[in-house]
Ligand binder design. Structure first.
Ligand SMILES: Cc1cc2nc3c(=O)[nH]c(=O)nc-3n(C[C@H](O)[C@H](O)[C@H](O)COP(=O)(O)OP(=O)(O)OC[C@H]3O[C@@H](n4cnc5c(N)ncnc54)[C@H](O)[C@@H]3O)c2cc1C
Length: 525
């Protein structure tokens, strides 16, 4: 850090993930003097796009399905190089062993192919129902969650709008929504669908990134969360942005810097300075201190309070709540450098660029979850696969291909340890891939498998957790990150939270960063 950046700032943002960048950009745009400090040499956390083998690139978070349109608009991100409009939405393919794949086209299955006419009708109904119901949750995402018993006019308006949206569903569907809302996804799918491939895909989507199986109570919430996201104005849509997820990070950085924020990388914060119960700045690992009017922590809440603030500055009740946030990641990430494009028999060329899901049935997903409860992984892991070099040739050398797979149910703490377990998990994943893309094993030039322990170390994400804390009913809305402190404020005056551990949770949405910036602008506390 140069001496010029040692001056007093209005705001210091800790962490240059996409939420920290979004928050910094909005505050700078509001005329604040903002300094953002990122520990790593690169911005973006798992949203970075990195070379994992000479000539081969991949983004750890590889799909965009919930980047908030208001943020895109407020920060004019398309002017800063983000290309979202005009990009085709990717289909989701439920891969089948016999090559009879089922494909959800457009924005989360506007059309379904590969299923019977009766199943297509049932899906049309279920899709419309899920989207309507997810829409009720939507207004709650882009604002502070209403506190129970609050008389705040904003909270009352949000609750009123939700009540109205519920009423608009009509009596019968309102009753049904209240019945299914906290149900497990498996039971709902059994009520309405019959095709195991379709049910497997939906069950996978409901639990992706969390420590739940399709039969775990409340697992349907994950599907509502997924469908409350939108891209290009289409709920449930997904795409790989041109240039990979790095293009989102680059656009946010440009927006922040052009609004006047200073963005520094290679600048780990080691302490948040607290004087008389108020945050007054930060200390960097190299000993330098930066004074600030307020501090926004866009990193994990546990790291914020235990590593940077320190438990002695907090009351014991609050410390206990933070300690109890569940955040053991369950996701591994595979990057393959391939000599050519793998052949998935039965898959049409136009669907090769889609999201390919190996989750043949809800039972299969549930069986894959079982070992994870006991510190092991399934011999038949479930996963979503993307071939990013098909749409963006810069991701692999000519004639070659990059495969990027999110593999669900790799426990953060593996009983046998990840040094022993990593090659075994890689073997299990490759065996699954071989079933759907015979010969793929012979094309592998290099394989990079990131376990949750690797993700934790590489991205400074405790537990390697996708959402910086489980996104389950007891850790959502006014209970996120902990009850009593869901509105981006903290017990330390002048210290705010802005990362995925805050409402509404993780995924590349930018919403925690956007909501936190608004809270700072309100000037409360
Ligand atoms: C394997 C995997 C796959 C995923 N796939 C997808 C996907 O396809 N689509 C999707 O939408 N989401 C995906 N996610 C989730 C998504 O990546 C996260 O929810 C998101 O990155 C959270 O953003 P954030 O800005 O809140 O935090 P982070 O992205 O974690 O950023 C926090 C930043 O703070 C920095 N930092 C930490 N400590 C300090 C410190 N002391 N000082 C300074 N800087 C610090 C870190 O280096 C990091 O850059 C995936 C996550 C994982 C792990």
């Amino acid at each position: 850090m140069t001496s010029s950046s040692r001056s007093i700032r209005d705001v210091v943002v800790v962490g240059g993930g996409h939420n920290g960048l979004a928050c910094a950009a909005l505050l700078a745009r509001d005329g604040r003097n903002v300094l953002l400090l990122e520990a790593d040499a690169e911005l973006g956390g798992p949203a970075r796009t990195e070379e994992f083998f000479p000539g081969f690139r991949a983004s750890t978070a590889h799909l965009l399905n919930r980047f908030h349109p208001e943020l895109v608009r407020l920060l004019a991100l398309e002017r800063h190089g983000l290309v979202l409009t005009g990009q085709p939405f990717m289909p989701s393919v439920a891969l089948a062993r016999d090559g009879n794949h089922l494909v959800l086209h457009g924005a989360y299955g506007e059309a379904l192919t590969g299923a019977s006419a009766a199943e297509q009708r049932a899906w049309r109904e279920l899709r419309a129902q899920l989207l309507r119901q997810a829409g009720i949750l939507k207004p709650f995402l882009a604002r502070r969650p209403p506190e129970p018993g609050s008389r705040d006019p904003g909270d009352l308006i949000a609750l009123g709008k939700a009540a109205l949206a519920l009423k608009r569903l009509g009596k019968e569907e309102m009753r049904d929504f209240l019945r299914v809302f906290l149900m497990n996804v498996n039971d709902l799918l059994d009520e309405q669908l019959t095709d195991l491939r379709l049910k497997g895909l939906l069950a996978f989507d409901a639990v992706l990134g969390s420590h739940l199986g399709p039969r775990s109570p409340t697992s349907l919430l994950g599907l509502y969360y997924r469908l409350a996201g939108e891209i290009g104005g289409a709920a449930g849509a997904q795409l790989v942005p041109r240039g990979g997820m790095a293009s989102v990070v680059d656009a946010l950085r440009q927006a922040a810097e052009s609004a006047g924020a200073t963005v520094l990388t290679g600048a780990p914060v080691s302490r948040i300075l607290v004087e008389h119960g108020r945050a007054t700045g930060v200390a960097l690992a190299d000993g330098q201190e930066v004074r600030a009017g307020c501090v926004v922590s866009a990193i994990n809440p546990r790291s914020t309070f235990f590593d940077l603030v320190g438990a002695p500055a907090l009351d014991t009740g609050f410390v206990r709540k933070v300690k109890n946030i569940r955040m053991k990641g369950d996701v591994a990430k595979l990057h393959l450098a391939l000599d050519g494009v793998p052949d998935f028999p039965g898959l049409l060329p136009e669907d090769m660029g889609g999201r390919l899901v190996i989750a043949p049935s809800p039972d299969h997903v549930e069986r894959a979850f079982n070992p994870a409860k006991y510190g092991a992984f399934s011999p038949e892991p479930v996963m979503e696969i993307v071939l990013p070099s098909l749409s963006d040739p810069a991701m692999a050398p000519a004639g070659c291909c990059t495969l990027s797979a999110v593999v669900q149910y790799a426990p953060h703490v593996l009983k046998e340890g990840w040094d022993v377990g990593r090659p075994k998990l890689l073997g299990a994943i490759m065996a699954q891939l071989e079933i759907y893309a015979p010969g793929i094993g012979g094309m592998v030039r290099h394989a990079e498998l990131l376990t949750p322990a690797d993700i934790e170390a590489r991205y400074r994400m405790p537990g390697g957790h996708w959402h910086h804390g489980e996104l389950q009913a007891d850790q959502m809305l006014f209970s996120r990150p902990v009850s009593g402190w869901s509105g981006y404020d903290t017990p330390i005056e002048g210290l705010y939270l802005a990362g995925a551990g805050s409402h509404p949770g993780g995924g590349i949405s930018g919403v925690p960063g956007m909501n936190a910036a608004r809270r700072v602008m309100e000037g409360v506390r």
